[in-house]
Design a protein around this ligand. Structure first.
Ligand SMILES: *[C@@H]1O[C@H](CO)[C@@H](O)[C@H](O)[C@H]1NC(C)=O
Length: 342
């Protein structure tokens, strides 16, 4: 072998090993398992290993905007862009981009049947862009801190589950920021911001609202917001399998099949694996489902906006993801290294 041939094959080998060791993101894992992401939202990192587009947009009080991108394809958000753009003024998060090919971006939520938001036109507030700093493997990034009155929505989402179709979703949240108001949600909701009845939603809820379902202790709990109720299992009220959460970073999973099956799973987003808190038949009156396919963050389907919480990343999929692929996604979340200091 000539020195130049040797050099070439060494380069080829290096390139190959870079490709094969590139860490798959959550949506690479769902896609490979046959449950493609139809929405992928995060202000902290890319959720596909090849994604290098914008993660979110910030807006200054003077109205000007800029996009925040990952430091590299598949990487963490470049918080320096935000820090320099927002220096000496305040910024809100004006768009949370969908990293999936569907273009299901989240923007300020409009008024709904539960009432108007506090912003002009009855819209909800936007989150303070600097209110939820965290670190991903030592890199400073920002989450979406939802104060009561804050909400994001897309009432024209493409590719999300409708009717009784199956879907899955996960979100990484701040387990210490919650309240008993309705409803800190991420997931599938009504397309007209009106409460259209039981089964018209299927979203992750996190908090200690005890008006509908409850789990162990005094919460907070991961529950399913299925409309006209937060559910901790099959019973309309108490389900003892749903534990109170006490992790700083929480992975929350809700999924609903086209058969009469749904599940609640969760775990510590900074270590360990997911547990299944419920898997079984839907509550009475919730099969078949009547999902509408809009996407909400931080509010209820009818724009109830009394809740608070903090969102770091989340996706929605088609199909009913296997526990096995969700377990791989949890491992990817843990490897992302969520922490409160560098
Ligand atoms: C991150 O953002 C800063 C500030 O906008 C910029 O100067 C820098 O080039 C960005 N880094 C990368 C890797 O894009």
């Amino acid at each position: 072998m000539s020195p130049s041939t040797l050099r070439q094959s060494t380069c080829a080998l290096l390139a190959l090993s870079l490709v094969t060791t590139a860490t798959a993101g959550p949506c690479d894992l769902y896609d490979a398992a046959g449950y493609p992401c139809v929405a992928a939202h995060s202000t902290t990192r890319a959720l596909y290993s090849a994604y290098s587009g914008p993660l979110y947009q910030v807006q200054r009080t003077d109205g000007t905007t800029t996009d925040i991108a990952p430091l590299s394809a598949g990487g963490v958000a470049n918080a320096s862009t935000q820090d320099s753009f927002c220096a000496g003024t305040t910024c809100v998060i004006s768009i949370i981009y969908d990293q999936s090919p569907r273009g299901n971006h989240l923007t300020r939520a409009p008024p709904g049947s539960a009432g108007s938001g506090p912003a002009p036109g009855g819209y909800d507030n936007l989150a303070d862009a600097t209110a939820a700093p965290v670190y991903l493997n030592g890199h400073k990034v920002y989450g979406v801190k939802v104060a009561p009155g804050t909400g994001y929505r897309n009432n024209d989402a493409k590719g999300t589950a409708t009717g009784n179709a199956a879907e899955g979703m996960y979100a990484v949240l701040d387990g210490t920021h919650y309240n008993g108001g309705c409803c800190f949600d991420y997931g599938n909701a009504e397309t007209n911001s009106v409460d259209t009845g039981a089964g018209h939603m299927e979203a992750i809820y996190f908090g200690n609202c005890n008006v509908w379902g409850t789990g162990q202790g005094s919460g907070p709990w991961i529950m399913g917001d299925l409309e006209n109720g937060l559910f901790s299992g099959q019973n309309a009220k108490y389900n003892g399998g749903d534990p109170a959460i006490n992790y700083r970073f929480v992975t929350a999973v809700i999924k609903g099949d086209s058969s009469n099956l749904w599940a609640i799973r969760g775990g510590n987003a900074a270590s360990g694996s997911l547990s299944t808190y419920y898997s079984g038949p839907r509550p009475s009156g919730y099969y078949p489902m009547k999902k509408e396919g809009a996407i909400i963050l931080g509010i209820g389907g009818d724009n109830s906006h009394g809740a608070q919480g903090t969102f770091y990343e989340g996706v929605m999929t088609t199909g009913y993801p296997s526990d096995a692929v969700e377990d791989k996604v949890q491992a990817d979340v843990v490897a992302a290294g969520y922490a409160t200091s560098s």
